[in-house]
Design a protein around this ligand. Sequence first.
Ligand code: SF4
Ligand code: SF4
Length: 148
Amino acid sequence: MLCYQCGTCTASCPSGRLTAFRTRQIIRRAQLGLKDEILPSDDLWLCTTCYSCVERCPREVEITDILFILRNMAVKEGHMADQHKRIGENMMKYGSTVPVKEDVMKLRVKMGLPENPPTTVGNKKGMEDFRKVMEECGFDKLMKGGKK
Ligand code: SF4
Ligand code: SF4
């Protein structure tokens, strides 16, 4: 409710320069409680979470965190951008948002490293534990578009 609609966030937004996404509009809709307009909207997923708007907002509105909360609400209602869903599915499948490609694996081996980095990706037990946590908190169901 601190927002007085100055538009600095929209002017600072790198995503808004390339798309129809207008940060100020989402904040206004949130102030008005227009949940049904915000949650199914594709715009909600166009924020890159760069925090430029937060750094510049004269009213110190935690804009990016508000967008995170709105995204969480949207996902619980079954709305999620396909690209974000794919990233979540990669997390479940590979333990990483970006799977290690075959040519990278070969390069690693050539350099005397294991095929996979020593993260969840290359740690069987770590991966099992990670999946367990994801299932326990309902992340896997959210990725399938279901409700938690
Ligand atoms: S910069 Fe801050 S005060 Fe200005 S419109 Fe955006 S959220 Fe509102
Ligand atoms: S955090 Fe999101 S809304 Fe804010 S400037 Fe960056 S891309 Fe735009």
